[in-house]
Design a protein around this ligand. Sequence first.
Ligand SMILES: Cc1cc2nc3c(=O)[nH]c(=O)nc-3n(C[C@H](O)[C@H](O)[C@H](O)COP(=O)(O)OP(=O)(O)OC[C@H]3O[C@@H](n4cnc5c(N)ncnc54)[C@H](O)[C@@H]3O)c2cc1C
Length: 440
Amino acid sequence: MTGLSVKPDEPLTGISVDYLYIIYLYIIYIQGVPEFIHYRNTLYLHYQLEHPVCYRCEPLVSMGQLSHTLNRLGWTIPILPELDDLTVGGLVMGTGIETSSHIYGLFQHICQEFEVVTADGSVVTCSEKENSDLFYALPWSYGTLGFLVSVKIKIIPCKRFVKLDYHPVYSLDKAMELLTFESTREIPAEFVECLVFSKDKAVVMTGNMTDSCENLDRLNEIGTWHKPWFFKHVEGFLDSGPGSEVIPIRDYYHRHSRSIFWEMQDIIPFGNNVVFRYLFGWLIPPKVSLLKWTQGKAIKKLYEEHHVIQDMLVPIKDGLKSLEFFHDEVAVYPIWLCPFRLPDNPGMLRTSTGKEEMYLDIGVYGVPKEPFDCGKTIRRIEAFVKKVNGFQMLYADSYMTKAEFEAMFDHTLYKEMRTRYKCEKAFPETYEKVNKKARA
Ligand SMILES: Cc1cc2nc3c(=O)[nH]c(=O)nc-3n(C[C@H](O)[C@H](O)[C@H](O)COP(=O)(O)OP(=O)(O)OC[C@H]3O[C@@H](n4cnc5c(N)ncnc54)[C@H](O)[C@@H]3O)c2cc1C
């Protein structure tokens, strides 16, 4: 048996290796990981002021590592999805979106080159100019065309802070009107986002990077462990009226990390209590993988049957209709709204018009109204999303049939690549990885 094996007259060096390891993990947890770990998996960073710039990394680099590495050097990637633990590989193979997506598109649209190990063990490099069909087929293939081993991503200069303006609105049409205006105007703000708190309350946020914070009263380091959860802070503007503040850029990027958007309120209902935050706020958020690993069967079943976690991507012109539909079906609040530009590139996501369009990510995470039949409700939602030419994010449980899935996502190029790179016997199809029944 291992453990603390200290006899009364023995010095503390008698602590066994296991305990030292636990203490080491504890220190890492509190103090953050040692510096070099942030650079692990980074292959190179190439930046010159007047030339195209890029960051090349292995797929395991997380958004937390990436912002830590780049932001202090005055650089960033144009789309930096919020949660610290999301990885470059997962965001390329699934998808990634952020509040700058109304300018830059989805995560795949800021990638310049992929290096992939295919089913026969060869390494293929692809970009817009080289093996472009594979380049366009990889995003949304969910790892079913090969193993991604490196990614070259565009980088842009960044500033120290984001000045964020909060605009409370008191109806869904006002929210959609303002959000559409802000995301499609000729020179939009760099960041646009909306949190909907009920059918008649929402806060639209617009932000721009800045290097100065003239009025220190307006500086809000929202990433600090004892600060209120971001969505709760935003909700406060519904009572106090419009406002603006300056947020350090990394705090802004990872603003939804501590409360995992608002999932933490169902896991630790008192987590935003001021006493809890000051005493234990540094422990939040737990790793999503740890939560899944420690979930018993009963909790898992309860979660599946009484909990929704879905991101649906719909044309922004159908945003209002979609929000009303979601309200009637599940009435889960808050709802995350994030507009994004969708070019009509070859691959899984094609717009119905054959031209670039502005889309909207509707993120619904939480406990739905009762009565709730998960399978039936999600199927109705999927049918609605298909009808408006929308898409379901792949990470969420899908209940579509294979034919419906292939009608939502264009499989023409994907199937061609599956044959060309001999994937049939090596990898399952995307549908088999995301569909609830096919996966079971
Ligand atoms: C709790 C939660 C919060 C989220 N929040 C956001 C958010 O804020 N913004 C956002 O844009 N999205 C968000 N998403 C969606 C997320 O972007 C997608 O689920 C994304 O695909 C997950 O990335 P990951 O690093 O967790 O990848 P994983 O879930 O680990 O992987 C996703 C898929 O990619 C494949 N894959 C991963 N690496 C490779 C590789 N090297 N080669 C081949 N295949 C590979 C995996 O096999 C898997 O099929 C969230 C999802 C969840 C569950």
